[in-house]
Design a protein around this ligand. Structure first.
Ligand code: PLP
Length: 398
C-alpha cells in the first residue's frame, strides 16, 4: 500500500455534521477540548460571561450546558456549574467565597471531607471554622467576619434534619451567604430555593451528582447551583481559572439517568421506610435514624420542609453499646446483599460503619452511645434486604 497523504487529510477533514432531520431520544454528545471558531470575529466578539459563547472545552459544551440547565431547573435555581466530583463542587464554593480572616460556619454533622477541606484552609489562610448544632439555631452565632454558612439536610451519617428556615433567616440577617449540600434531597425532597412561606431560599446548592443523578455507582460529578448572577459570575471565574471541568461522556450518562431519577429515589425511599419499620423492632439497636421517623432528631423540621413525606434511601442504626467493634464488623461482614462501600444512590445497597466520637465536635445529646452503621438502600426487594440484615445479625453474638 502506498502512503497516500491526500487520503489522510481527507479523513481528518471529512464532513461530520449530523443530518438535520434525524431525531434521537438522547441529545447528541459533544466531546471537546478545542472548539472551532467560524471566524476571527467570533473569536474576538465572544464574552466570558455568556455561557453559550463556546470557546474551549473546559468552559463547557452543549452537552454540559444541557445537564447544567436540567439540574438548575430541577433544583429551582438559575445557573449551574459542573465539577468533577461532589467534593470538588464543595471546594469550588469554599475557594470562591472564603478569604483570609473570614469565618465559616458548618453543622456538626457536615459531610466529613468538607470539614477536612475547611480545616486545611483554616491552617493555610487563617479562615476561622465554627461548628454549630444543626438542631439548635441559637448555636449559630455569626460574628462580623462570618461569610458563609454551610447547611446539610439531612446531615451526613446521623441524618438529623436541620431547622433550615430559621438558620437561613438568621444568616440573611447577618449578611452571611448560605450554601446547602443538597445531595440527600436531590432537588426532589424539597425546593432549596423556595422552602418557606416567605420564599426563603438558600443562596447556593451543591449536589453530589455521583449519587442519585448518576444512579449507577459508576460516575463522579458535582454541581453548584445559584440564582443570583453576581454569585454565579464569581463562581464561574474561579471555575474557569482553576480548569474545573467534566467529561462529555460522563455528562451524557447523567443526562441519560435523570429522567428516571425520581422513580429510583422514591423506590429507594420506600424500601428504606419498610426496612426502618422492621429495624425499629430489633433489640440490637438503641436508635434508628431516618428523618421521616417521628423519633428521629429534626423530624419536625423534615415534616415542615419536605414535600409529601419525601425522604431518601439512607438510614442509620446505633447499636446497643454492649456490642463492640469486633461484633459490628462481624455483622457488616455477614451481610451479603448490602455491600461494604462508601457512597449511595446506585442500584446496589451499601453499608458503612462509623465510630461517631472522633467525627463530632459538640456533645450529641440527641444520639445514643454506641457504634453506628449506615445503610444506603438500593433497588433490591426490601424483604430480601431485611432478610439479609436478619441473617447478618446472627453473626453478632459469636
Ligand atoms: C452529603 C455528601 N456530599 C458530598 C459528597 C461528595 O461527593 P463525591 O463523592 O462526588 O465527591 C458526598 C459523598 O459521599 C456526600 O455524601
Amino acid at each position: 500500500m502506498t502512503d497516500n497523504k491526500e487520503t489522510q487529510t481527507r479523513l481528518i477533514h471529512a464532513p461530520r455534521n449530523a443530518p438535520q432531520y434525524i431525531q434521537t431520544i438522547q441529545p447528541p454528545l459533544f466531546r471537546a477540548s478545542t472548539i472551532i471558531f467560524k471566524t476571527t470575529t467570533h473569536l474576538f466578539d465572544r464574552h466570558w460571561s455568556d455561557p453559550y459563547d463556546y470557546s474551549y472545552g473546559t468552559h463547557g459544551t452543549p452537552t454540559t450546558y444541557t445537564l447544567g440547565d436540567q439540574l438548575a431547573q430541577l433544583e429551582g435555581g438559575t445557573y449551574c456549574l459542573l465539577a468533577p466530583s461532589g467534593l470538588s463542587a464543595i471546594n469550588l464554593v469554599n475557594s470562591t467565597f472564603l478569604s483570609h480572616g473570614d469565618e465559616v460556619w458548618v453543622p456538626d454533622n457536615i459531610y466529613g471531607p468538607n470539614m477536612e477541606h475547611l480545616r486545611n484552609l483554616q491552617q493555610r489562610y487563617g479562615i476561622s471554622v465554627k461548628v454549630y448544632d444543626a438542631l439548635d439555631v441559637s448555636s449559630f452565632t455569626p460574628s462580623v467576619k462570618a461569610k458563609l454558612l454551610w447547611l446539610e439536610a439531612a446531615g451526613s451519617v446521623t441524618l438529623e434534619f436541620p431547622d433550615l428556615k430559621n438558620l437561613v433567616k438568621k444568616a440573611q440577617q447577618a449578611n452571611v451567604l448560605t450554601a446547602l449540600d443538597n445531595t440527600w434531597g436531590a432537588g426532589l425532597a424539597f425546593n432549596a430555593f423556595d422552602f418557606s412561606d416567605e420564599h426563603l431560599s438558600v443562596d447556593l446548592t451543591v449536589h453530589a451528582l455521583t449519587k442519585y443523578p448518576s444512579g449507577g455507582g459508576d460516575i463522579l460529578m458535582g454541581s453548584v447551583i445559584s440564582r443570583d448572577q453576581t454569585l454565579h459570575h464569581q463562581l464561574f471565574k474561579m471555575h474557569a481559572t482553576q480548569g474545573i471541568c467534566v467529561s462529555g461522556d460522563d455528562t451524557a450518562q447523567i443526562i441519560r439517568s435523570l429522567p428516571h431519577m425520581r422513580l429510583r429515589y422514591q423506590q429507594q425511599a420506600q424500601n428504606a421506610q419498610e426496612i426502618l419499620t422492621w429495624l425499629k423492632q430489633q433489640p440490637e439497636f438503641m436508635q434508628v435514624l431516618h428523618p421521616a421517623d417521628a423519633s428521629s432528631p429534626g423530624h419536625c423540621y423534615w415534616k415542615e420542609t419536605c414535600l409529601e413525606g419525601q425522604s431518601a434511601g439512607l438510614l442509620s442504626v446505633i447499636f446497643d453499646p454492649k456490642y463492640d467493634l469486633a461484633a459490628i464488623r462481624r455483622f457488616c461482614d455477614g451481610l451479603k446483599l448490602f455491600k461494604l462501600g462508601f457512597s449511595w444512590g446506585g442500584p446496589v445497597s451499601l453499608v458503612m460503619l462509623y465510630d461517631l466520637k472522633p467525627m463530632r465536635v459538640l456533645p450529641n445529646t440527641h444520639l445514643q452511645q454506641g457504634l453506628l452503621v449506615r445503610f444506603c438502600v438500593g433497588l433490591e426487594s426490601a424483604q430480601d434486604l431485611i432478610q439479609d440484615i436478619q441473617n447478618a445479625l446472627q453473626q453478632i453474638e459469636k
